[in-house]
Design a protein around this ligand. Structure first.
Ligand code: SAM
Length: 235
């Protein structure tokens, strides 16, 4: 009987391939298959672009897995079931699979749901952490996320997400992810909760071309890879 393969969930860091961990690099080199998530079939994968700059993927199977951002929970679950079935088929053939994620695997990534489903089917899995985008952004901006006994709230901007308002009400340090088209709203929340305009830094496309590290500019157009780091009282 063929030994079953193992699934690795790999955080590849936010952009600069030299920030991939050695463990990630080794697992990627050894894997038979590289799986990458997309929202729509045929979409470009930034995580795949990052690893291609360090890992020779020419002899490997590259597997696109579609996870649609459909409002219907049933559709999203069906995508996950389909992805798990594809992964299981390969694991049964004894293939080791590395499923890649931008940044860290535990930060807003589909991978952790897939990991649970695959483990529940009896396969072995391993999570290989990566550097989260807001940590690399803080390093680039030269700012502390928290110091001493301070706390930190990390939230994802979405129109009806009450966590964002709660974070600015309850925390002096706030990271807002998916902030690209919400600068105006974030600025008002800050003002309402005693933050000044200078208390925020925008970190956008960190480690990529067109990296922007600078003040919040409501008139500037930001891409999807944009995060706001705010600290009441300034950095
Ligand atoms: C689906 S989440 C993925 C988070 C990722 N797993 C991490 O550890 O950072 C996507 C959001 O992460 C942030 N992000 C990811 N890569 C980034 C980068 N290179 N620069 C700035 N923000 C980034 C942005 O806020 C983006 O909207």
């Amino acid at each position: 009987m063929t030994a079953k393969g193992k699934l690795y969930g790999i955080g590849v860091g936010p952009g600069d391939p030299s920030l991939m961990t050695l463990r990630a690099f080794e697992a990627l080199q050894a894997a038979h298959t590289i799986a990458y998530p997309v929202k729509v079939r045929g979409e470009r994968s930034t995580a795949l672009d990052i690893i291609r700059r360090r890992v020779d993927v020419s002899g490997k199977d590259i597997l696109e897995l579609e996870f649609r951002m459909d409002p219907s929970d049933e559709v999203r679950q069906a995508c996950r079931r389909e992805a798990v079935a594809e992964l299981a088929e390969r694991l049964d053939r004894g293939e080791d699979i590395a499923m890649i994620t931008l940044g860290d695997v535990s930060v807003y990534s589909t991978y952790m749901r897939i990991d649970r489903m695959v483990r529940d089917l009896g396969y072995e899995t391993e999570v290989v952490p990566g550097i989260p985008s807001f940590c690399h952004g803080a390093a680039k901006a030269g700012v502390p996320l928290m110091i001493g006994e301070e706390g930190l709230a990390v939230v994802s901007y979405a129109k009806d997400n009450p966590d964002v308002a709660n974070a600015f009400e309850g925390f002096d340090n706030v990271v807002v992810m998916k902030a690209f088209n919400s600068m105006g709203e974030i600025a008002s929340l800050m003002e309402r909760n005693g933050f000044s305009a200078d208390d925020a830094v925008v970190v956008s496309n960190v480690g990529m071309e067109d990296e922007y590290i600078g003040p919040m500019d409501p008139k500037r157009r930001y891409g999807y890879f944009t995060t706001v780091i705010a600290k009441k009282g300034g950095f």
